[in-house]
Ligand binder design. Structure first.
Ligand code: UD1
Length: 419
């Protein structure tokens, strides 16, 4: 078992480079299945969710070559099976994108029920509704999903909830369907736009991604020999922005799209931090104790749920009492118990948590319950007095490339050790 040992407090200072977006990468990789050819993808984060996605593609018949640590070439000319490895697909959430992509490519697929962070109930009813409206049949049995539909036909699909996963999955299934599909009440996250851009580069006809109505005109096939660069990770950039504030540091966060970070920037300014927008980089610094604020997580362009735990660390150290209302996931406050072990005063009940700000946190052994909770605990350990040990690193490694090296390069005293 590995753990991180962090000694603080350290104000984080310097420059940090942001990788490609995990949530775009794990959709773009399956999207290559819609294409019968060779494509090269760069700015791909080298994280465990990406590596598992690649293994799943290989088991379906794709040939993958890692050209560099963040660039791969995928040859999808020889997809041979409609049976995805059940053990691997049930390891992470985004494996559900194999369904939309393989419905388009082969008209059939069997995958394991998707796994991923335990953030509360994570139904996939909107994905299934979308596939069925395109003419597929979907059955769930003994932990597997079997989807079948040789000749999908475009349709109007109104999403009952704003869902990132369902929007992308239905978009994937609709690319090669006959006729036009309209997804209404679609999610608008930056990675949805990125997946649509990737598919359009391959010859798809998708319009409106980034708004709540997406129109997909089905095409007969995708072709070419394409190169694509994954969009910078909005959540990784936001994690370092909030790390700068929590540790009262000064960071230049490079390779990000600052527009994607507007909701975070607004909150940082509200609590007394400073933000300077440099277009493809953003400087964040904070010299004094942040003040209280209330936050409600919302689908994009609202404050992202995936930055809620990192913001929670900032508010646990703020002057005054703050309230966070988590409107997306019902179990996203597990990290607050860990912060309380470090001296925070947080009371969480259901989807609301009250943060009575304390002037200091103190090092303690803490356990990451999910990916973003893990990032929050690293920030807390860097801001806290004394030594923090962070356990359950497998969650963090799913979504952050070289996280301890990045924190070390901006001054953190952090080490990964094997027990
Ligand atoms: C994606 C992100 C995750 C992020 C979340 C919200 C990936 C791989 N993961 O997850 O990091 O926290 O968006 O920004 O991109 N819902 C339903 N029925 C469905 C689908 C979703 O009721 O069929 C509900 C969910 O329970 C949740 C809400 O819709 O309350 C949003 O979920 P969704 O946007 O689908 O999240 P994911 O795509 O799983």
């Amino acid at each position: 078992m590995e753990k991180l040992i962090i000694t603080g407090p350290t104000p984080l200072k310097g420059e940090v480079h942001i990788n490609g977006a995990k949530n775009a990468a794990v959709a773009i990789l399956p999207a290559t299945l819609l294409f019968n050819g060779i494509c090269t993808i760069d700015n791909l984060p080298n994280i465990s969710d990406v590596k598992i996605s690649c293994t799943i593609l290989e088991q379906l018949g794709a040939k993958i070559t890692w050209n560099k640590p963040n660039e791969i070439t995928i040859d999808t000319r020889n997809i041979t099976t409609t049976q995805a490895p059940l053990d691997l697909t049930s390891k992470f959430r985004a494996s559900y994108y194999i369904i939309g992509a393989m419905l388009g490519r082969m008209g059939e697929i069997e995958v394991g029920m998707p796994g991923g962070c335990k953030l509360g109930a994570r139904p996939i009813d909107q994905h299934i509704k979308g596939f069925e409206l395109l003419g597929a049949s979907v059955s769930l049995e003994k932990g597997t999903i079997h989807a079948k539909g040789k000749h999908l036909k475009g349709n109007n699909i109104y999403m009952d909830v704003v869902s990132v996963g369902a929007t992308i999955n239905v978009m994937l299934a609709a690319v090669l369907a006959e006729g036009t599909t309209v997804i209404d009440n679609a999610a608008k996250e930056p990675h949805i736009v990125d997946v649509a851009n990737f598919l359009n580069t391959m010859g798809a006809d998708i319009r409106g991604a980034g708004t709540d109505v997406i129109k997909i005109n089905g095409v007969k096939k995708l072709e070419g020999n394409i190169n694509y660069s994954v969009v910078p990770d909005q959540i990784e950039a936001g994690t370092f922005m909030l790390a700068a504030v929590a540790t009262r540091g000064d960071l230049l966060i490079k390779n990000c799209i600052t527009k994607h970070l507007d909701s975070v920037t607004a909150k940082i300014l509200e609590i007394g931090g400073n933000v300077e927008d440099h277009g493809d980089s953003i400087r964040v610094w904070c010299k004094k104790r942040p003040t209280k604020a209330n936050i409600k997580t919302l689908p994009h362009p609202g404050f992202p749920t995936d930055l809620q735990p990192q913001m929670g660390v900032v508010l646990s150290l703020a002057d005054g009492t703050s309230i966070i209302n988590e409107s997306i996931w019902e179990s996203r406050f597990q990290y607050t118990e860990e912060l309380n072990k470090m001296g925070a005063k947080i009371t969480a009940q259901g989807k609301t948590a009250v943060f009575e700000g304390v002037p200091k946190l103190y090092g303690a052994p803490v356990y990451s319950s999910d990916l973003r909770a893990g990032a929050a605990l690293i920030i807390a350990g860097t801001a806290a007095n004394g030594t923090t040990e962070v356990y359950n690193l497998e969650h963090i490694d799913r979504g952050y490339e070289n996280i301890e090296e990045k924190f070390r390069s901006i001054g953190a005293k952090i080490e990964r050790v094997k027990e």
